[in-house]
Design a protein around this ligand. Sequence first.
Ligand code: SAH
Length: 228
Amino acid sequence: MNIQDSHKIKLIMKLRQAGINDITVLSALERTPREIFIPENFIDQAYEDTALPIGMGQTISQPYIVALMTQSLEINDRDKVLEIGTGSGYQGSILARLCRRLYTIERHKPLLEVAEHKFAEQGLRNITAMVGDGMKGWPQQAPFDKIIVTAGALEKPPQDLLDQLKIGGLMVIPVGNRMHNQILKLYRKESDDLFSVKDLCPVRFVPLLPDIAKTKEYTDDDYAQLPD
Ligand code: SAH
């Protein structure tokens, strides 16, 4: 066994102790190689339970939070899932191993291009990805059984996303002021205009921002951190 495999086993054990007990979720995490989603100089930290940079000022989430969000959605192999914030493609790769079809939206084109290569590299063929403003959702493909937002909304989930959830569907989303009190929330759509909400835990996500990012705002550093 190489050192990375032993780090991976330790991480999975840690997640189990922290309350991730859904075997299908743990198995999807075990089968998803986190090292391919991060820049070369951080590879020795691939299986530590921390967020890491992925370029364009964004981060790949901490594995515990990835596992918790995935588990809270109770995904099964008939689900059509929407992800907002493709980022590195790590969370999306885990979701795709559990659901029927994943739709994923990212506002930074360079990140989406790298993520699409990573999906192909793993042989994941049930993913459709696009550059866009995820706050508007993906109306042509709605409704969705499950929605996951991997960036923080300031006050409440975008209305378009609530509208695009099936009745009985679940949405997990960080909500709140990023520095102080962002909380991971789980919404269940009870009827067209009634939602039940459960607070899961405090989190720190990058902000959910409107519109597609403008390429001219990137620095050389942003590109240097993109995984190969
Ligand atoms: N799920 C990712 C985490 C990425 S961090 C992973 O596993 O690596 C959050 C991502 O959300 C960032 O890449 C950011 O650019 C993106 N994002 C923020 N606002 C967005 C929006 N309105 N539409 C689409 N993507 C958005």
